[in-house]
Design a protein around this ligand. Structure first.
Ligand SMILES: [Zn+2]
Length: 218
């Protein structure tokens, strides 16, 4: 019984954690802070600012439903199912229904992610952004026109390496883009800068001219 209680307690804690971490960034994302959507795992397509509402539509009932099941299950194990109040049993059913309802809603997430539609499910600051399919078409059209695939702004940054010497890397400033590059540490500073700009030119048409020094700026 202790083991079952432990597992149910752990399940409830994990679900509560997932719920809170999904809901907390929502206000910032809705107001235009796309970085707040980074780093969240998803089973159904990337979680990005533009598909965040569609993500919440399944993660909230899914995790919330399981949370209810775990909590009521915990008390049922502790006191016996027959001793549970009627209301608690009803709550268990609500949990099961929510959890089951979450599955078809994952399709909404997949659809919004792919198409960027319907617009009312996309937070306002991102409504002009294409879905995955539109973005793929844009990249293809750019490549056909002999351009790099994106027009993201890429910045070159100077950071200290392990020995504290200045070391350069380039990274994309677009919140949902993982692109970054570094170069052989044997190169001179000027050559490294050239090599990075050249590398960035394969990703985008907009390579920033300056070098950022985040540590000095902080
Ligand atoms: Zn990029």
């Amino acid at each position: 019984m202790l083991r079952a209680l432990g597992l149910l307690g752990l399940g409830a804690a994990v679900m509560a954690f997932i719920l809170v971490s999904a809901l907390v960034p929502f206000r910032r994302i809705w107001r235009g802070d796309a970085w707040a959507a980074n780093g969240l795992p998803s089973l159904f397509g990337r979680v990005e600012a533009r598909n965040y509402l569609a993500y919440l539509m399944w993660i909230v009932p899914g995790a919330g439903g399981l949370l209810l099941v775990c909590v009521v299950g915990f008390f049922a194990t502790l006191f016996g199912v027959d001793n549970l109040a009627e209301d608690l049993r009803a709550l268990m059913m609500v949990g099961v229904i929510l959890f089951l309802a979450a599955w078809p809603l994952t399709l909404v997430h997949v659809f919004v992610n792919a198409t960027g539609r319907p617009k009312f499910l996309v937070p306002p600051p991102y409504r002009d952004q294409p879905g995955e399919i539109g973005a793929w078409r844009q990249r293809r059209a750019r490549r056909r026109a002999g351009l790099p695939p994106t027009d993201h702004v890429v910045e070159t940054m100077e950071l200290p390496d392990e020995d504290g010497r200045p070391w350069l890397m380039a990274s994309c400033t677009e919140p949902q883009c993982d692109w970054c590059a570094d170069v052989d540490s044997d190169l001179s500073y000027a050559d490294a800068e050239d090599a990075l700009r050249k590398e960035a030119g394969k990703h985008t048409t907009r390579v920033a001219g300056h070098i950022r020094r985040p540590l000095a700026e902080a």
